[in-house]
Design a binder for this molecule. Structure first.
Ligand code: DC
Length: 227
C-alpha cells in the first residue's frame, strides 16, 4: 500500500508531543494532519461565546443544533470555521481549553463530531491526533500509535515550556496537575483515554521531536509494506 494512503491514528495524553509529532509526520510523508482537539475546542468556544456555562450539559446539548463547523485544508494547514468564522486563533486560549475539556465529556457532543471526523478519515492519507481515534473514530486504521511519556517527563516538558514563556510555576504543581488530568481522562465514562487493543504504545521519554517522528515514520513504512 502507498504510504500516502495510510490512515494513522495517533492517540495519547496531552503533553506527549502528539500534535507536533503528527504535524512532522504529515509533512514528511505527505499525509493530511487532522487535529481533532480543535473540534472540541470549537464547540467549547461556541458555548463560551454564547454565555453558556461549561458544565450546563442540557443547554450545551440543546445549542448543538446551532453549531456549524467546517474543516478545510489549505497548504497542509487545518482551517476550522465556526458558523463561517475562522476560529484558528481563538480556540487556543485557556478558556477554550477549559471549555473543550468540559464539552468533550458529553456523549452527545462526541456523537455530533463523529461524522465530521469519519468523513475525513474515509478519504485516507490522514494522520489524526486525538484521544479516541484508534478506538472509536478509525477502528480500522492501518496503523494505531498510542504516544505517551511518563508523567515526570511530561511535567518536565510542560515546566520548561511555561518557564520559557516567562510564567513562574512550580514543578511539583505541574506534575500533580498532569497526574490528576491523566486520572480524569482515563477514568471518564465517555471515550476514556486508553490505547486500542491493536495500538503500538510508544513511550517517548528521552526522544526528541525528530527521533519521535522517525519512529512513527518507520512504523508507517513497515505497515505500508504489509498492506
Ligand atoms: O488535544 P487538545 O488539547 O486540543 O484537546 C482539547 C480537549 O478535547 C481535551 O480536553 C481533550 C479533548 N479531546 C477529546 O476528548 N477527544 C479528542 N479526539 C480530542 C480532544
Amino acid at each position: 500500500m502507498d504510504i500516502k494512503k495510510l490512515r494513522v491514528a495517533l492517540d495519547g495524553p496531552s503533553g506527549a508531543g502528539k500534535s507536533t509529532v503528527a504535524k512532522g509526520v504529515a509533512a514528511a510523508a505527505g499525509l493530511i494532519y487532522v487535529d481533532t482537539g480543535a473540534l472540541y475546542r470549537t464547540v467549547g468556544l461556541y458555548m463560551a461565546d454564547h454565555g453558556i456555562d461549561a458544565y450546563a450539559t442540557d443547554e450545551i446539548i440543546a445549542a448543538l443544533d446551532r453549531v456549524s463547523i467546517e474543516l478545510a485544508y489549505e497548504n497542509g494547514t487545518q482551517i476550522v470555521r465556526l458558523c463561517g468564522e475562522d476560529v484558528g486563533g481563538r480556540i487556543r486560549t485557556e478558556q477554550a481549553s477549559y471549555y473543550a475539556s468540559a464539552v468533550s465529556k458529553i456523549p452527545e457532543v462526541r456523537a455530533f463530531l463523529l461524522k465530521t471526523q469519519q468523513d475525513i478519515a474515509a478519504q485516507g492519507g490522514v494522520i489524526m491526533d486525538g484521544r479516541d481515534i484508534g478506538t472509536v473514530i478509525m477502528p480500522d486504521a492501518e496503523l494505531k500509535v498510542f504516544i505517551t511519556a511518563t508523567p515526570e517527563e511530561r511535567a518536565r516538558r510542560r515546566y520548561k515550556e511555561l518557564t520559557e514563556k516567562g510564567q513562574s510555576v512550580n514543578y511539583d504543581d505541574v506534575l500533580e496537575n498532569i497526574i490528576a488530568r491523566d486520572k480524569q481522562d482515563s477514568e471518564r465514562e465517555t471515550a476514556p483515554l486508553k490505547p486500542a487493543d491493536d495500538a503500538i504504545v510508544f513511550v517517548n521519554d528521552g526522544y526528541d521531536l525528530d527521533a519521535s517522528i522517525k519512529v512513527v515514520l518507520e512504523l508507517m513504512a513497515r505497515r505500508a509494506k504489509t498492506r
